[in-house]
Design a protein around this ligand. Structure first.
Ligand SMILES: [Zn+2]
Length: 372
């Protein structure tokens, strides 16, 4: 049911265009995946998310386990039915949130004891439990339960988390019994090249149709993240997509694809949208600013999204400045569409064997911070 085929390799960069077949449809890579943490991309309907060009959504195991509970989602017929999204869904393992959100936690080789950030109740998450939850959710792509470390931890801590991640991967793999869901291993190892290499080597025996790079974009400078991606590059299998977790700024997507990455996700486009930031090919716009008060042009000239087809910067600015929900909705649609348009341009450059030229042409404008 799962298959990945590479249909074009850029002669200049080695970046790929591919197709990932899943039970809920085909995903063309490179792909940006919007995040619907609690089974909704905040404030948008599934139809709006699809109309913006999204092929697959992320949902969050930790949040859905706590509320409404995975058994409720199972009773609803799975996450696709529950949230009315018929295209592919990827669920993370809950590992990252257990480590980043829980008020208290205790990690052992068995799993993680943590208390809920909602009501302080006590829980025990294990690889087996994470798989049980993700099987109940019925996502197409399931992530292995891993231990993510913060940027800057010492070698010993990073090594122990990497080792534990490898042991947990094997347990995740053994307890994943559903045949219409695909498990992706997660490579850890913090910012230590030798640990990254050991992590991918220990992950490969369990990678069937995809592999993920975790524990990056956790506070390290971007060049360090790129260095880690460069280290991993020669170890990836060709016949499966590589997913860089939690990365979704425009420049990092371009730099990631250049380094052989095929899949990206991030809350950034929708979170910054709700704060009034628009992502464009000319950098980010802080739409609250006075200079847009009587700017009756679209958020981005040439953008085909619902926001830009119908509304002006001045109107969106007014909505954001008066805390009207519609403003955040419009910018969320625009920002998601922007990243899909960016990926479309990346694909064009791959087809034309000129992705490195494209990167050099576009990067300065992409990174511009207008009036922020
Ligand atoms: Zn737009």
């Amino acid at each position: 049911m799962f298959k990945y085929e590479v249909i074009k390799v850029c002669k200049q960069s080695g970046a790929r265009i591919g197709r990932l077949y899943t039970p809920h449809g085909v995903i063309e890579t490179p792909v940006f995946m919007p995040v619907g943490t609690k089974a909704t991309v905040k404030s948008l309907s599934p139809e709006e998310v699809a109309e913006a060009g999204s092929q697959i959504l992320l949902a969050n195991t930790y949040h859905l386990y706590l509320r409404p509970g995975h058994e409720t989602v199972r009773a609803a017929g799975g996450l696709h039915k529950f949230m009315n999204w018929s295209k592919p869904i990827l669920t993370d393992s809950g590992g990252f949130q257990v480590f980043s959100l829980s008020a208290t936690r205790k990690v052992t080789d068995d799993g993680v004891k943590f208390s809920s950030f909602i009501d302080g109740s006590h829980h025990f998450m294990t690889p087996e439990k994470s798989m049980e939850i993700q099987m109940a959710l019925g996502s197409d792509i399931v992530m292995a339960f891993d231990e993510c470390t913060a940027a800057g931890v010492d070698f010993k801590t990073a090594e122990s988390a990497m080792s534990r991640t490898a042991a947990w991967l094997e347990r995740s793999y053994r307890s994943m019994t559903s045949s219409d869901q695909m498990l992706f291993p997660i490579i850890q190892g913090n910012m230590y090249p030798e640990l990254r290499i050991e992590s991918i080597k220990r992950s490969l025996p369990f990678a069937r149709c995809g592999i993920a790079v975790g524990g990056l974009s956790v506070g390290e400078p971007k060049p360090v993240m790129y260095e880690m991606l460069d280290v991993l590059r020669e170890y990836y299998p060709e016949n499966m997509p590589r997913y860089l977790m939690g990365v979704g700024s425009a420049d990092c997507i371009v730099e990631g694809v250049v380094r052989g990455i095929d899949m990206f996700d991030c809350v950034l486009p929708t979170r910054t949208a709700r704060n009034g930031t628009a992502m464009t090919f000319n950098g980010t716009l802080t739409i609250r600013n006075a200079e847009y008060k009587e700017d009756f042009t679209p958020v981005e000239e040439g953008c085909d999204c619902y926001c830009c087809r119908n509304y002006t910067r001045a109107y969106v600015r007014h909505l954001i400045n008066t805390d009207e929900i519609f403003g955040g909705r419009l910018l969320s649609i625009h920002n998601i569409r922007f990243l899909h348009r960016l990926v479309a341009k990346i694909k064009e450059a791959i087809y034309a064997d000129r992705l490195l030229d494209f990167r050099n042409e576009i990067m300065e404008n992409l990174c511009r911070k207008n009036n922020s």
